[in-house]
Design a protein around this ligand. Structure first.
Ligand code: PLP
Length: 417
């Protein structure tokens, strides 16, 4: 059959030269890295920016009156402004640096939730949330008496917006959901969800762990109230993430962690707290990582987020079309528009861990397991699945190789039974 070819605006061959790790071999074969949804690779520009920071500018931020501290502070604060611009946020002070999406979501639940949620209040999530957007609510729920409601999927594996409409009531105080699912690859209609939440005076909290790396994000156009992201999934280093919050909400929120940097005045008995965003950044922050994240964002911005999104979607469409031709493969997630570069699948009769090991023997990295979305696994009737995920450096030839090795793996196991 003639395949629809991947049309991409990206010069992928040129981009790949910026990622030294993509030149290596695994098990004697060229690496085919299809696990970017778990963590992306880093271009030289990011590693160089962090090295330059350490070699030439490092000191603690916001503290010293000396030159290096001023330079470090200025780089750190300029990274904050870069994140704000990337998210279409008007105000850098509304960006709080965190360790990752998980910490950002815990911050919202503990701080905003702590100040605003009372017994009987409802929070609406979906069955397809990552554990990072479920477990913080579970921890919070104990002893608080709030009600957590989960909305299901349509038969096409999208979030059921009709069910969401029905789940939102006058008692709803927050809706918390993903921008793009890390399992289904589906992209939520965030603006519509925001309208539904705001109609009853609830806030919308968006888990942008997969959205920020792969989609063009404008928090004002999305009209969400919180947006969380992880640097390591978007070409940046580990150890840095960010939370954007609507300024009026953030200003009214109590601190999350206590310590240095986040205070105004401390006596032995009590303390008062700094304004935003410092109030939420206790202790010495991840300065070099913030610099690295800003370099990653500059890189993505130069490439163009619309082109990245289109490239990922084209690869997913191509992979799904090729996998559709193979017998014995179950594919999860919707088809058509509003779908990112994530393809989750199972091979009949083979455990996904065995599939992943067989692919790894050929140098192909995919993820297998519950992908930190166990409730979704239950809904899909598949406690474990395998997942191939793409990014701006993924080529059509790599998708071809993945499909060919997968077909061989399926045949090998079938012959062994
Ligand atoms: N949310 C989604 C949708 C994710 O895919 C992930 C990571 O895989 C997370 C949250 C958590 O990200 P992190 O582990 O960087 O905090």
């Amino acid at each position: 059959m003639l395949h629809w070819r991947v049309m991409s605006e990206l010069d992928v061959a040129a981009l790949r030269r910026d990622f030294p790790i993509l030149q290596r071999t695994v098990n004697g074969k060229p690496l085919v890295y299809l696990d970017s949804a778990a963590s992306s690779h880093k271009p030289r520009q990011v590693v160089d920016a962090m090295a330059d920071y350490y070699y030439h500018h490092h000191a603690n931020v916001h503290r010293g009156a000396h030159t290096l501290s001023t330079e470090a502070t200025s780089l750190y604060e300029s990274a904050r402004a870069t994140v704000a611009r990337f998210l279409g946020a008007p105000d850098p002070a509304s960006v709080v640096f965190t360790r990752n999406t998980t910490e950002a979501l815990n911050l919202v639940v503990a701080s905003w939730g702590g100040a605003n949620l009372n017994e009987g209040d409802e929070v609406v999530v979906t069955v397809a949330e990552h554990h990072a957007n479920l477990v913080p609510w579970h921890l919070f729920k104990r002893g608080r008496g709030i009600v957590l409601k989960a909305v299901g999927l349509t038969s096409e594996h999208r979030i059921d917006l009709e069910a969401l409409r029905e789940a939102i009531t006058e008692r709803t105080r927050a809706v918390a959901t993903f921008h793009m699912s890390n399992v289904l690859g589906s992209i939520n209609r965030v603006r519509e969800i925001a309208d539904l939440a705001h109609a009853v005076g609830a806030v919308l909290i968006v888990d942008g762990a997969q959205g920020a790396p792969h989609l063009s994000v404008d928090v004002q156009a999305l009209d969400c109230d919180f947006y969380a992201l992880s640097g390591h999934k978007m070409l940046g280093p580990t150890g840095i993430g960010a939370l954007w919050a609507r300024r009026s909400l953030l200003e009214a929120m109590p601190p999350f962690l206590g310590g240095g940097e986040m205070i105004r005045r401390v006596t032995l008995d009590d303390s008062s707290y700094a304004g935003i965003p410092q109030r939420f950044e206790a202790g010495t922050p991840a300065i070099a990582e913030a610099v690295g994240l800003a370099a990653a964002i500059d890189y993505l911005t130069d490439v163009g987020m619309d082109a990245v999104a289109a490239h990922d979607a084209a690869l997913a469409r191509y992979a799904l079309e090729r996998l559709d031709e193979l017998e014995g493969i179950t594919l999860y997630g919707p088809r058509g528009e509003d779908r990112g570069g994530i393809v989750t699948f199972n091979v009949d009769g083979i455990h996904p861990h065995d599939v992943a090991s067989a692919l790894d023997a050929e140098g192909i990295a995919v993820r297998a397991g519950h992908h930190c979305a166990q409730p979704l696994g239950t809904v899909l009737g598949a406690r474990a699945t395998a997942r191939a995920s793409f990014y701006l450096y993924t080529t059509e030839a790599e998708v071809d190789r993945f499909v060919e090795v997968l077909a061989r793996t399926r045949d090998f196991f079938a012959a062994a039974v």
